[in-house]
Design a protein around this ligand. Structure first.
Ligand SMILES: *Cc1c(COP(=O)(O)O)cnc(C)c1O
Length: 447
């Protein structure tokens, strides 16, 4: 739609000549301020884009500055945009897994500048124990562990553990636990990439203690127990209970590593099937591995808990430096343990009746329908456990404008309708959700 405006400059004048020049726009106070926030390059790109819109006749030359100011207001310093997770899936890998608690966000901001991550402010000396705060908080939360080590993520923890304990040797693993997580990430390929060999035992559905017994030998570096967090084998199945496996490993003097995946430090009443570090260690696992950003509700991190001598070996391994966790994650992780219940755990425990009330009120405001909707823990654990809850059903046509709005809202499409589940939407963001739906309605309304 070409929109030729009439011309103050006289008949025949090309309106494009009135498009403000780049240097004039850059000198505007709002634009200069934005350069401080967003950087030269981003601002210049937005200036060009606004001029381009005027050249294309999409806006009048007089609208270039207001349009630019609007674009600068909306611009974010990174391409990652905040999303309201209305899917009801607690640990949604595509949406960044666990949202941080307010305490963790504050800690993150504190650590963003210079910080005493390896410096003792009292003595003025370099201190050796990077990550001491997170380690102490972890041990306080899981007193059954002798020591703790935090790395970049769960996969890194698995790589370091198998490399330090079994490089060039064998990792004994049940065929029922040889899993793939996420997009083509196979635990087994990760382990063999470290130079360990797999000693696969048992079958997909059944593995017995004698299978482990026969496999353990001279060449065994460790025995690995993996919690298949994203699927379940039912029917004619059998796995060896951890205490029995631990007894065997202890007798044969091979370390037993339990990859718990999900990341619970202690039993969670809502997820009775989900393994936790305290129980696994009490049952005799030598090391447990878990992720920081799944059910633990913290930043991305890989957490190892267990025997001090084994963790000392891992710490000394050269690879440990390559998977060292950054100060931001350390700060957020410590605050996650010390602070209030993380959002993921609060959402897990949300009372279905309270959710129903909240959702019904929202449905009334949004002129939608209240429908039953089950939440999920997500790829991070409790694969099949439904979390009874509710959703507001809206026309499916709102899905796209909601996803591309600011903040973006992601719900679930079911039978042509968009379901918005507020389990994972913080109460203080409900207003933002309502406004987003109103804007999406305006955008989707026929002109
Ligand atoms: C998620 C998961 C991992 C990988 O952890 P990341 O923190 O994503 O690297 C490893 N093992 C299991 C069992 C998992 O569920």
């Amino acid at each position: 739609m070409q929109q030729q405006t009439s011309v103050p400059g006289g008949p025949g004048e090309d309106p494009r000549r009135r498009i403000p020049r780049t240097d004039a726009l850059l000198a505007e106070p709002a634009v200069a301020a934005a350069r401080q926030r967003l950087g030269e390059r981003a601002v210049t790109d937005l200036v060009r884009a606004a001029q381009e819109r005027a050249r294309a006749g999409e806006i009048a030359p007089e609208q270039v500055l207001p349009a630019l100011e609007q674009a600068l207001d909306n611009a974010r310093p990174s391409s990652l945009r905040p999303v309201l997770n209305a899917t009801g899936v607690l640990v949604h890998t595509n949406l960044g897994r666990a949202p941080l608690s307010p305490a963790a966000r504050e800690a993150l901001a504190d650590a963003a500048g210079y910080t005493d991550v390896e410096f003792d402010l009292a003595s003025g000396l370099r201190s050796r124990d990077r990550g001491a705060g997170a380690r102490e908080a972890l041990l306080a939360a899981c007193p059954g562990a002798e020591d703790a080590l935090v790395l970049t993520n769960g996969a890194a923890a698995l790589v370091l553990a198998t490399t330090a304990l079994a490089a060039g040797r064998e990792v004994v693993i049940s065929r029922g636990e040889m899993i793939e997580i996420g997009a083509g990430f196979r635990l087994t390929e990760l382990i063999t990439s470290t130079g360990s060999r797999l000693a696969e035992i048992g079958t997909t559905n059944r593995t017995h203690l004698p299978d482990y017994d026969r496999a353990i030998g001279e060449d065994t570096g460790c025995v690995l127990r993996v919690h298949p967090s994203n699927y379940r084998i039912t029917g004619f199945t059998s796995t060896v209970p951890l205490p029995e496996l631990a007894c065997l490993c202890h007798d044969r003097e091979v370390p037993l590593i339990a990859d718990l995946g999900s990341g619970l430090l202690a039993p969670e009443p809502r997820l009775p099937e989900e393994p936790d570090a305290a129980t696994a260690l009490a049952e005799g696992a030598d090391l447990v591995i878990m992720s920081g950003d799944k059910l633990l509700g913290g930043p991305q991190a890989g957490i190892l808990l267990g025997r001090a001598d084994l963790l000392a070996r891992l710490r000394r391994h050269p690879l440990a430096r390559a998977v060292r966790v950054d100060k931001l994650s350390l700060a957020a992780l410590e605050a996650t343990f010390r602070g209030p219940l993380p959002p993921v755990r609060a959402a897990l425990r949300a009372d279905p009746d309270a959710l129903r009330q909240r959702t019904a009120a929202l449905a009334a405001r949004l002129d939608g329908e209240l429908v039953a909707h089950e939440g999920r823990v997500g790829g991070g654990g409790g694969a099949e456990v439904p979390l009874p809850g509710w959703a507001v059903a809206l026309p499916g046509a709102l899905a796209a404008p909601l996803r591309t709005g600011d903040p973006a809202v992601v719900g679930t499409l079911r039978e042509g309708r968009l379901l918005l589940d507020v389990r994972c939407v913080p109460a203080e963001q409900e207003e933002a959700l309502v406004e987003a739906v109103q804007r999406a309605r305006d955008a989707a309304a026929p002109a």
